[in-house]
Design a protein around this ligand. Structure first.
Ligand SMILES: Nc1nc2c(ncn2[C@@H]2O[C@H](COP(=O)(O)OP(=O)(O)O)[C@@H](O)[C@H]2O)c(=O)[nH]1
Ligand SMILES: [Mg+2]
Length: 391
């Protein structure tokens, strides 16, 4: 048995190094938040301490390939005889029950998914053959099944039986493009307003703000000011500070709603004001409530909810619902470069009746950003072979 502690910036990093060092059989025993001082103690960045364990008694040969950047902070505990003791501890903590619960949950999830597939297949049964084929393509590209069915049912009457299947598909694609709500003219829409980007941690809010600001200030010669809401005083504003310096736009930090309002008033000469927000986790409802206090302080603030296409697409609706308290005016989809299925980019805006403001498809600032085009989105969704997003 080997137990190690790691200090990392996020769980992704933790998983990578644990897998590398302890092998694929390692399990995470605990995680806790810690704050470490950076160089010269000037900046602090929140980190997590992850404790992981692996049982080597069966596989002693796992290679030790210690990463240079993350050093184990505690001595390795090697103890082959003590597995039964550990099992005892796990049982006393009720962790075995937790595992049983997880198994039950996974089983329920599987059954729901099977039921959904069955319903979804039956749903398309009354569509004519040509539309059923289109239905299957849309589902393959992860368009919401009820939406796809209702849409095709609605256009059924407009399909000429004598058309070829390609013609039918093209008509369906055009009609679908028309119902995707997009905000084509976002530069004009946001002039003399404040655009606040909200959404789960890591979706790309700060990077997207840098892209927008750079496009406005450097390409279009507009005056832009940035504000960051530091709700939790975690001081993680360096990233935006760096961008603000490079783009040469002012940045102010607001730590209370009244301070935010004062900063907005102070920036009244600027054509565009963009607001960055940050938080601990999307599941933290207190954080969303606190954000609401900030956002409702000034009627000029419009809200764009940022959703990442690299996350589990079936959870995007839940994320939207969690943030619906903030009444998002727009949606921004990020990380298009990390998926091949773009159905959610259409389903969510159509079902929630919220237009897409922007899409981003890479880490390069400012170029990896594009203004949404319903036709282009529909084309990807009607593509028989899901492929990467094309610029
Ligand atoms: N592949 C990809 N990565 C992105 C994109 N937008 C942002 N990122 C990356 O996602 C990570 C988190 O971005 P960040 O802006 O800090 O997210 P925030 O927590 O929402 O502010 C960074 O590594 C970004 O470079 C994108 O469109 N594509
Ligand atoms: Mg950020």
């Amino acid at each position: 048995m080997k137990i190690k502690k790691y200090e990392v910036y996020d769980m992704k990093e933790a998983m990578a190094v644990i897998k590398k060092e302890l092998g694929p059989d390692a399990v995470i025993l605990s995680t806790r938040k810690i704050v470490k001082n950076g160089s010269f103690g000037l900046f602090s960045r929140p980190m997590i301490e992850v404790t992981a364990a692996v049982d080597y008694s069966a596989k002693r040969e796992t290679k030790k390939t210690a990463s240079e950047t993350i050093k184990p902070v505690e001595k390795t505990i090697e103890d082959n005889a003590d597995i039964s003791k550990l099992t005892e501890v796990i049982n006393s903590l009720g962790l075995n029950k937790f595992e049983m619960l997880l198994n039950d949950m996974n089983e329920i999830k599987k059954q729901i998914s099977e039921m959904k597939t069955a319903i979804s297949e039956n749903m398309a049964i009354d569509l004519p053959k040509s539309l059923k084929e289109i239905y299957n393509i849309m589902i393959k590209n992860e368009v919401d099944d009820v939406l796809a069915y209702k849409f095709l049912k609605k256009i059924e009457g407009r399909i000429d039986e004598n058309s070829t299947s390609l013609q039918i598909k093209n008509i369906a694609m055009q009609l679908f493009a028309d119902i995707i709500p997009v905000e084509k003219d976002y530069f004009t829409m946001l002039k003399k307003k404040v655009l606040a980007l909200v959404g789960p941690t890591g979706v790309g809010k700060t990077t997207t703000i840098a892209k927008i600001a750079a496009n406005l200030a450097l390409k279009l010669q507009k005056t832009v000011a940035l504000i960051s809401i530091d709700t939790f005083r975690i001081g993680a504003v360096e990233q935006l500070k760096n961008y603000a310096e490079i783009i040469d736009v002012p940045l102010r930090i607001a730590s209370s709603p009244t301070e935010l309002n004062e900063i907005i008033l102070g920036f009244e000469d600027y054509e565009y004001i963009i607001l960055d927000t940050m938080g601990r986790s999307q599941y933290d409802t207190a954080q969303i409530d606190e954000l609401k206090n900030f956002i409702s302080i000034n009627p000029l603030i419009s809200v764009a909810l940022v959703l990442s296409m690299s996350s589990n697409h079936s959870e995007l609706g839940d994320t939207f619902n969690r943030y619906s308290k903030l009444n998002p005016d727009y949606l921004i989809f990020t990380k298009l470069d990390e998926t091949k299925y773009f159905g959610s980019i259409a389903s969510l805006p159509i079902l929630k009746k919220v237009p897409i403001l922007l899409m981003t498809n890479g880490q390069n600032v400012p170029e990896d950003m594009e203004i949404p085009d319903g036709k282009k989105i529909a084309k990807t969704i009607f593509s028989e072979i899901p492929t990467l997003w094309r610029n």
